[in-house]
Design a protein around this ligand. Structure first.
Ligand code: ADP
Ligand code: MG
Ligand code: ZN
Length: 623
């Protein structure tokens, strides 16, 4: 598929370029013409001229501003020969000439012909227009279409035209099977509309792809274009939004005008939320007229074409469906919503397979294992992961990407880049070591955490001084109360180890405490896991679909007593977990020492070695 620009009034372009060329030519002529005409009489130094005057050899003089023309008496030169000299500012000259009886006069200023007058009026604007055109042409190339002030309202849509090069098909998209099925149907609509209209089925006008960033919405739309074999207009929502009020709506109008001419075709509006934001929610700064007009125009256009006369299907993508204006989602507009969600285990494996085709894989690479370790990764993350692994392999001068490259790449993505430059002093290092081993040991004994794969005291990312990497062994969608309590205990394991070993607390556990408290609060207010408060939801509103578990949702209006009860329940849960962590570590104090000592030596413990060390933990009787 190749992106081609929509040809935009080429005749205007050609005329402008001819004007530019002609005006340039005139400019050149104008510069050189005076020079051509001036090469007449012979030039003489001024001093020689004065000398000749004094000697009485000069007969007639014509004094101009920049030039003095004169003739000599016939005995001194051929008759009619004119000499020229460049005058210097000499007030004595007229007196001298008079003394010597020379006939003299001032030359009248050169007369402008009608032609030069015309030129001086016409050329500057021509040059101006020429330069303008030049910049418009250049600016248009980068900005996705020959745009300029003259064509400000024209749609910026790119048209994908089918070509041999790199055609994207449904085979390039994996892990989003439901979305694919829906879109295959759309392609069928376009290819054989008769099959559907014949039974009286209405072809959908608008299909909205909804999902978190990087899950392949744009990719899917391109695949539809590649499969359908019809013109595909692609434009991003942000391109409608311009400085000038009214531009966006005229772009929408233009876009649909073009689309209707080329029907059947697909119009794809990426990042729809840029124009489709709920109108009620932007009363903040007096409303955004421009966006509102654009949105209204879009609604009008979508209502405007009846399904019968032209098959224009509008595809749009957004990762913030909750912010869209409800008018957009009404039947007859984007009445079909296709969820493009993060892939599950087998989906991730399939996506990895697609992207791994582009790199050379070693024999030991197990894509299934990689997929297992990357829950929550979207397609774009996985594509990035494969590339990151390939880069690592190349850096290690390997010919093929090995499994260990993938392992390292996952860590990079999960925990940020290793920061070897941040140096901790010995005491801090020791504290961090015990802290992390505390997490690891509690994590190994409680459920709900996944398997502890690595402990490190090499600082990573922005905040962490050390970290304990726990990777899930499978995708989990539900958690029970015991598992959540286990997670909280694990989070408190770091601080508990510090308490036991150093008998003091550092600031290092703040993030752990924050997460533990949030989790406990959610158990009480969202999941109804508190016996005291019962199965009630105290958290208000829908949690945002994609932004994880919004911990800062406002609470439902509750009585003061309930509020107190919530607080004490949260505290109770966290403190119980804290006790549990302390208990585990106290009972395994020797092992804590052993692992921490080893960690201080090697900085990293992982894999089999770690598993065998953690396997020695004695379970606590009542945990
Ligand atoms: P979105 O538009 O949903 O934010 P994109 O379609 O732009 O995400 O995805 C970015 C890139 O990530 C794609 O070009 C592709 O390389 C990769 N990718 C994302 N999702 C998938 C998928 N489901 N299958 C294969 N590759 C994917
Ligand atoms: Mg996108
Ligand atoms: Zn910690």
């Amino acid at each position: 598929m190749a992106i081609k620009e929509q040809p935009k009034s080429p005749r205007f372009r050609i005329i402008a370029n001819i004007l530019l060329a002609v005006s340039g030519l005139f400019l050149l002529l104008n510069l050189f013409l005076p020079g051509l005409f001036a090469s007449g009489p012979a030039g003489v130094p001024y001093s020689l001229f004065i000398h000749q005057v004094q000697e009485g050899e000069v007969s007639r003089v014509s004094v101009g501003q920049n030039q003095i023309l004169y003739q000599l008496k016939t005995e001194n030169a051929e008759p009619g020969q004119v000499f020229t000299t460049t005058p210097i500012f000499d007030l004595e000259l007229p007196k001298l000439l008079e003394q010597k009886g020379v006939e003299f006069a001032a030359t009248p200023p050169p007369k402008n012909t009608w032609f030069t007058t015309l030129l001086s009026w016409v050329i500057p604007p021509l040059i101006f227009i020429g330069i303008w055109q030049f910049f418009l042409a250049r600016g248009g190339g980068g900005g996705g279409g020959p745009q300029g002030v003259l064509s400000i309202g024209k749609s910026k849509a790119k048209v994908y035209v089918e070509g041999e090069s790199a055609k994207i098909t449904f085979a390039d998209v994996a892990g989003v099977e439901e979305a694919k099925t829906e879109l295959v149907e759309i392609v069928d609509f376009l290819k054989t509309p008769g099959r559907f209209t014949q039974i009286g089925a209405r072809i959908p006008k608008g299909v909205l792809l909804v999902g978190p960033p990087g899950t392949g919405k744009t990719l899917l739309a391109k695949a539809v274009a590649g499969e359908a074999g019809v013109p595909f207009f692609s434009i991003s929502g942000s391109e409608f939004v311009e400085l000038f009020v009214g531009v966006g709506s005229s772009r929408v109008r233009d876009l649909f005008e073009q689309a209707k001419k080329q029907a059947p075709c697909i119009v794809f509006i990426d990042e729809l939320d840029a124009i489709g934001k709920s109108r009620s929610s932007n009363g903040f700064y007096g409303g955004n007229d421009e966006r509102e007009q654009t949105l209204n125009q879009l609604l009008t256009e979508m209502d405007g074409f009846a399904a019968g006369d032209a098959t224009v299907i509008v595809l749009a993508a957004t990762n913030r469906p909750e912010s869209l204006d409800s008018a957009l989602l009404r039947p007859g507009r984007f009445d079909r919503q296709v969820l493009v969600d993060r892939p599950d285990l087998s989906g991730r494996e399939a996506i990895l397979k697609i992207h791994a085709q582009k790199v050379k894989l070693g024999d030991d690479v197990d894509l299934r294992a990689i997929a297992t370790r990357t829950p929550g990764f979207a397609g774009a993350d996985l594509a990035n992961l494969v590339n990151e692994a390939a880069l690592l392999a190349a850096r290690n001068l390997r010919e093929r990407v090995a499994q260990e490259d993938f392992a390292e790449a996952i860590e990079r993505v999960v925990a940020g880049l290793e920061k070897k430059s941040r140096v901790m002093n010995e005491t801090e290092k020791k504290i961090v070591a015990y802290h992390e081993v505390g997490h690891a040991m509690v994590g190994a004994l409680t459920t709900g955490n996944g398997r502890v794969e690595k402990i490190s005291i090499i600082p990573r990312g922005m905040a962490a001084l050390g970290y304990t990497l726990q990777l899930p062994t499978e995708d989990r969608f539900l958690m029970n109360e015991t598992e959540l309590r286990g997670q909280i205990a694990t989070l408190l394991g770091g601080r508990s180890a510090e308490e036991i070993v150093f008998n003091s607390i550092t600031t290092g556990a703040s993030n752990d405490l924050q997460r533990a408290t949030d989790l406990a609060e959610r158990m009480v207010t969202t999941y109804g896991m508190s016996k005291v408060l019962g199965p009630l939801a105290y958290q208000q509103g829908q949690q945002s679909m994609f932004l994880g578990n919004g911990a800062s949702n406002p609470r439902r209006a509750v009585s003061e007593d309930t509020s107190k009860a919530i607080d004490s329940e949260v505290k109770e849960i966290v403190e119980t977990a804290h006790e549990q962590a302390l208990e585990i570590l106290r009972q395994n104090r020797d092992l804590l020492e052993a692992i921490a000592t080893q960690l201080l030596e090697t900085e990293v413990i992982e894999g089999e070695k770690l598993h065998s060390l953690l396997g020695q933990i004695k379970p606590v009787a009542n945990s």
